[in-house]
Design a protein around this ligand. Sequence first.
Ligand SMILES: [Zn+2]
Length: 45
Amino acid sequence: MQTINPLEFFRTLPPKQCTECGTHIIEQAESYLLECDRCLSRRED
Ligand SMILES: [Zn+2]
């Protein structure tokens, strides 16, 4: 049986992905965004 350390759990979380195209989103100030820059800008057209 394996005990999961909460700190270890958060460290191994997969990178955030764009909900539109699946591109990995680089964490930054706007990390609450669920879509990548490309999809966001395309949406504004
Ligand atoms: Zn995208």
